[in-house]
Design a protein around this ligand. Sequence first.
Ligand code: GCU
Length: 608
Amino acid sequence: MQSVKPVRAAKMLSCFAWISILALSSFAQSPSSLIQNVINRKTISLNGDWHYIADPHEEGTARRYYLNGKLSGTRPFVEYDFNASPTLRVPGDWNFQRPELQLYEGTVWYQKSFDYHASANTRVFLYFGAANYHARVWLNEKPLCEHEGGFTPFNCEATAALQDGQNVVIVSVNDARHADDIPSLRPDWFNYGGLTRDVRLVEVPRQFIEQYSIQLDRENMGRINGWIRLGGASTPQKLSLRIPELKLSTETTTDKEGLVRFTLNASGLQLWSPEKPKLYRVEISTESDQIVDDIGFRTIETHGTDILLNGRSIFLRGIDMHEEAVNRPGRAHGDDDARTLLGWAKELGCNFVRLAHYPHDESMVRMADRLGLMVWSEVPVYQGVDFKNPQTLAKAQQQLTEVIARDRNRAAIILWSVSNETPKSPERNAFLHQLIVMARTLDPTRLITTATNQTSAGEQHKKVLDDPIIADLDVFGVNEYIGWYEGVPSDLDITTWTTPYNKPMIVSEFGGDAKQGFHGATSQRWTEEYQEDIYKHQIAALRKIPFLRGTSPWILKDFRSPHRNLPGIQDGYNRKGLISESGERKKAFYVLQKFYRELAAQTGTAAQ
Ligand code: GCU
């Protein structure tokens, strides 16, 4: 059994990413290596009401809010009291829980008390599904860790700081935007702040199953291979891997660092596909730990301009989505939101979704696994980013490391995207190149992509897709808004697309704004008829592109954006959705649905 490059690379790269970020901050601890598949572990939920204090002047650190102080005779000048302060529900953004916090960007301090009684021989981690944007965590007045990045999980070792009985965790979360952050200053989406995803206490034995990759071998679809890494191991550990339904099992031993690589010959395997999203229960156990996971097995690769799923050419019938809740304002999280949003994508006839522009909640990708939707997963290197800044690169690398660590066993995820609409420059190309190399190192089993809107200025209506970054990619995504930001819908009838690259293309964005219920002539912007007309012309034009292998129009549902303030039409919403924020379908919804149903019928992969 030899050591596995991707695993060590992940550890080394994430430490490098952290060293440069920590250089920035005063806090001592960085999160520990991410524990995978926490959803299937024994955990204590810390969701629910947390007391909070808004701290617009960043006074809390100087006033040591993390000490959870109380006004008393001996301490007359404690000018805060969490227990007497209002509460915010976790998971959830703070913006749509308190009217006074709707447009608030800055620091909010969260406090939660909980009882805990330690079990013998266990380690305990505080796990955050996400905290937007910069979180610092204290437990019982001790600093635990700090994390930057609003859309990826992190866990901090809590074993030493925990007390038997009452414990108090305090988290400061700051969502102010900075030029050197990822994303940077002006994303076209609402900046929801807070503890936006689940918070849990995770109990594990001293040696525990930390991360693993269990995938079908691209070279041989009768073989499952991968690696398993234990946390806390310093001597070789016995380990067994079982897939009961396939009567498959292997007993093996890790190296002294707790790492093992394995290969299993798997006959009679039903491959995962949108039509048959088969998941197998997989069991991993060591002398002290066991975990189960539901994993689908499929291969994904390209061949010339083709994308092959399980060796067969596919067309990605997609739609873009933001992570916004349905029937209530705020960030989406959890199974119900995921089931509703992905259910709408299925109703459209999709077999693919682009989760824009940042990693969505784990429940979203697990729901895609179950419902049979292939996924484009993206890190928020969005438009103008500080490409010259090595710390900004480190932040992007860290987020990429975390999302790959969390989702590497999800069959649904077929594409890692390293950016969206970044302007061409030598610094940008070098920045993205490093992310692409890292994604390939961390996960050589999936396709690497990015969404570009950079075409060379050729003749009008002759689009040359020659962004140099495409050379590094397996699949390239193109965002184009002909008929909305550029020209009129009929321009599409005379538009051609060419590329010097022999690679598959996805049109990763197209569309236009329409206020649901606003009707008029097809030439009248903002009406459903105008949006419908854009879709008709787009679909007719795109069908002619020989290297087109997928479409994911912008966007499934209208979403909040501080950039969109046309009264009576936008009112704070980007209106390019095919569905309004309250769930009404617009005319264009049915144009796309018809196109996708035709495609599905043609390829014998009729939508479920
Ligand atoms: C861009 C961008 C989206 C944005 C959209 C729009 O292409 O990627 O984030 O919302 O266009 O302008 O509506």
